[in-house]
Design a binder for this molecule. Structure first.
Ligand code: F6P
Length: 332
């Protein structure tokens, strides 16, 4: 439940999308605007995340302006990473401007870094805030899945299905790099769904020996297609070094495919749209009912309110290693 309660009816809510865009963010915006509109509440969209919030730049959003966006990837109000927002004086000026503009509460769609900013303005200025987890990385505490993850997973799997054809035809190994700077969640689930031979995630780096052994055995047994999913880790492009190292060790030709931002775009899956619809509406409901400092997460198949303070305090649990072992066992 919310960490704080505020009395008084909210008339005008701001919404912003922050950090890396994720498919389904538009569906959140649509749901929040329409759900607010059904209650007679206005919504404004801050442009380019906290950057627009700081500059006081926003656009009015109404039922019609969020029409025809449910199926579109990206975010119609733009997003950014905004290091200036780490500065308390910048936050204070932004909230002052927000109040001048008659905006009383804020919905932040993004990852845990974005929620840290939201919580800071609640704590420092008593602003009502609600969060919706939107990132393809699925690395936010308090939610089983983030909006955008399912779409990105499907994009990666589709790409690997295509790479598999050429791997099978040529006998070359393919190292496919998927996004996820500090989290291997996307890599693990991609590997399982794509039937990869191996997967390397940032949470467990020392698996080369085992991977090389598995590839050797598999090649000796006559298998031709080998897909190794590599989570991007701290630096994009790390799969090149991984491929080089493994290829040298087992003397086998290889290629590297970096999926990169391909995974961030595209039509959101039905699943992401549904979660987004619930989350956008629930965020509005929380703010209208005076509940603040919460994030709408998914737990056990249901959308629930999670204290934002917990979301920023705790790290997302490590990905399930059972999946890693299952992916390896089934790779054949
Ligand atoms: O949004 C999350 C994410 O896509 C990470 O998976 C990736 O490491 C990062 O963003 C890339 O960020 P940028 O687009 O700023 O390079």
């Amino acid at each position: 439940m919310g960490s704080d309660r505020h009395i008084g009816r909210v008339q005008r809510i701001g919404i912003l999308t922050s950090g890396g865009d994720a498919p389904g963010m538009n569906a959140v915006i649509r749901a929040a605007v329409r759900s607010a509109s059904a209650r007679g509440i206005e919504v404004v969209g801050y442009l380019d995340g906290f950057t627009g919030f700081v500059a006081g730049e926003f656009q009015e959003l109404d039922d019609r302006s969020v029409g025809n966006i449910i199926h579109r990837g990206g975010t119609i109000i733009g997003t950014s990473r905004c290091p200036e927002f780490l500065d308390a004086a910048v936050r204070a000026a932004a909230v002052t401007q927000m109040r001048v503009d008659g905006v009383e509460a804020l919905i932040v769609v993004g990852g845990d870094g974005s929620f840290r900013g939201a919580l800071a303005v609640q704590e420092e200025h008593g602003l009502m805030v609600a969060g919706v987890p939107g990132t393809i990385d699925n690395d936010v505490y308090g939610t089983d899945e983030t909006i955008g993850f399912d779409t990105a997973l499907n994009t990666a799997v589709l790409a690997i299905d295509q790479v598999r054809d050429t791997s099978e035809s040529t006998g070359m190994m393919f190292f496919v790099e998927v996004m996820g700077r500090t989290s291997g969640a996307l890599a693990l689930q991609t590997a399982l769904a794509a039937g990869a031979t191996g997967v390397l995630v940032p949470e467990a780096q020392d698996e080369f020996g085992e991977l090389e052994l598995r590839l050797r055995v598999s090649i000796e047994r006559g298998k031709r297609s080998h897909i190794i999913v590599v989570a991007e880790g701290e630096e994009a492009g790390g799969a090149f070094a991984v491929g080089e190292r493994v290829s040298k060790a087992i003397n086998q030709p290889y290629r590297v495919v970096v999926l990169g931002h391909v995974q961030r775009g595209g039509r959101p899956s039905a699943r992401d749209r549904i979660i987004a619809a619930e989350a956008g509406a629930m965020a509005v409901d929380a703010l209208c009912s005076g509940r603040t400092g919460i994030m709408i997460g998914r737990q056990g198949g249901r959308s629930v309110e999670v204290p934002m303070a917990d979301v920023v305090r705790f790290k997302h649990p490590r990905p399930e290693y059972a999946l890693l072992h299952l992916a390896q066992e089934l790779s054949g």
